[in-house]
Design a protein around this ligand. Structure first.
Ligand SMILES: Cc1ncc(COP(=O)(O)O)c(C=O)c1O
Length: 462
């Protein structure tokens, strides 16, 4: 079926996220259905989903166990009255999420997505300090290039200029440090660079006065910065700094959670326990909007006084803890745990990483980074000059879609994170499509140069 005139007109009445609609409307992609690792658009073309929708479909699309869990819950109850009660399945969700979280992170509040989770962590932290004798602690430190969501607080914590500048001024009390990648060229080793970047967090806390700083919020692996993968020591240093100054360490695991990095949470992959974890995306496998804020159980005690003592977390959303969403979240966790899919993510990651490393033969890949099966590839004009190559990424977006593969491309790097259920043959298919698309993109990008300068694409790129 071709795109109809009606659909074209309707596209003018909406927008898709962070996309220039006038460009998008020229060649719109409208999805019809999805199953396992594939999407089909309304014209019947199949796409390999190499990024789980957008780091979401942990178990692929339409997983039978999730459908069954949802059907079962649908028969019983689809909504509980949030101001008066909690659904039994939401309590099961609390137990299940707590059971896979590191340390004593057992206090769980379910939400409908990542932004709700990070926004809540910000409010929870501020209220916590107000109620525990540190009312002046309200500032948050996060990183440039980080992304924590689209709502006002989460956006203020985000460090992605172009996504925020249109909405200035941001909320006060949000400070930034640079991620380690910012200093990469200035140090002789990645370890040294990470140490410097981690210590910068303490410099800011001290300069601001620790009695004013409430939290540090970070993605363990930074997606929008290009799958920035700090060293384990980086997080140990940040953890020590937070402890020293009584500052809450909040991990935004909206992308890194639920097996991708080779453990249930990246916190476990890095062997560091934050005070709060925010999650979403992969917890749903794309079946229902679901996210969660997971906090240290002892922190929650600050909210447990009598009504007169303000014993409540003054926060809520109508659809938070929705029974259908919680039933799906439980089924996702159970499937990962029972099938040990985190271990599978490690094996998948080793294989895919080797295949991506092999792309270095084209002399436009600087680095393959990430953990488990959350991997990023940085594109450069030459591995000698290390100049970024956004033209290649932009072209890759076009050739990848033409060849039927969906990647995350931004445009000096691209990322892959296929569902944890991918078979070996599907990983081969994915890597083959990536290579084919990269080669074609490279040919197109280099063509004008070769015509102008009378030089062909070097043989290593052929
Ligand atoms: C690291 C991170 N945090 C938070 C969010 C916000 O999540 P949501 O879009 O579900 O609100 C995102 C979304 O991409 C994200 O990548």
């Amino acid at each position: 079926m071709k795109i109809t005139l009606r659909q074209k007109q309707l596209l003018k009445r909406t927008f898709i996220d962070f996309r220039c609609m006038s460009e998008y409307i020229q060649d719109p992609l409208i999805m019809d259905r999805a199953e396992g690792l594939y999407y089909w658009d309304i014209e019947g073309k199949r796409y390999f989903d190499a990024i789980g929708g957008v780091f979401v479909a942990t178990l692929g699309h339409g997983h039978p166990r999730l459908l069954a869990a949802m059907r079962q819950q649908m028969e019983r109850m689809t909504f509980a009255p949030p101001l008066h009660a909690i659904a039994d399945v939401t309590l099961d969700f609390v137990e299940r999420v707590g059971s896979i979280s590191p340390g004593n992170l057992k206090y769980v509040k379910a939400f409908s997505g990542g932004s709700e989770a990070t926004e809540s962590a910000i409010k929870f932290t501020r209220q916590y300090f107000k109620q525990t004798g540190h009312p002046g602690k309200y500032k948050f430190i996060s990183r440039y290039q980080g992304y924590h969501g689209a709502t006002a607080g989460a956006m203020s914590a985000s460090g992605t200029g172009p996504r925020k500048s249109k909405f200035e001024p941001q909320m006060p009390g949000f400070l930034k440090v640079f991620p380690p990648s910012h200093y990469r060229e200035q140090f002789t080793s990645w370890d040294e660079c990470n140490r410097f970047a981690a210590r910068a967090v303490e410099d800011v806390i001290v300069a601001e006065d620790p009695e004013t700083v409430a939290g540090v919020i970070m993605e363990p692996i930074g997606n929008t910065g290009g799958i920035i993968t700090p060293t384990a020591e980086y997080f140990q240093i940040v953890r020590e700094i937070c402890d020293r100054h009584q500052v809450m360490l909040i991990f935004d695991e909206v992308i890194t959670g639920f097996g991708k990095t080779g453990s249930m949470f990246a916190a476990q992959s890095y062997n560091v326990t934050p005070d709060i974890i925010c999650c979403g995306k992969g917890l749903s496998s794309g079946m229902m909007p679901v996210g969660a804020m997971i906090a240290r159980e002892d922190l929650a005690e600050a909210f447990c006084g009598t009504a007169a003592e303000n014993g409540q977390f003054a926060h809520g959303h109508t659809f938070a803890g929705n029974p259908l969403a919680c039933a799906v979240g439980i089924a996702v966790i159970d499937e990962i745990v029972e099938k040990q899919l985190e271990m599978r993510a490690r094996r998948m990651g080793e294989y895919v990483r080797a295949r991506l490393e092999n792309l270095k033969k084209y002399d436009v890949v600087r680095e393959v980074r990430g953990k488990g099966i959350l991997l990023g590839v940085e594109l450069v004009k030459s591995t000698h000059t290390l100049e970024p190559f956004p033209e290649l990424g932009t072209q890759l977006k076009i050739t990848a879609l033409k060849n039927g593969i969906i990647l995350r491309i931004d445009p000096t790097w691209f990322a892959v994170s296929p569902a944890l259920i991918a078979k070996d043959s599907q990983l081969d298919e994915m890597c083959g499509l990536i290579e084919k698309s990269l080669v074609e993109a490279l040919e197109r990008v280099c063509e004008p140069f070769s015509r102008q300068e009378g030089r062909g694409i070097s043989s290593s790129r052929a």
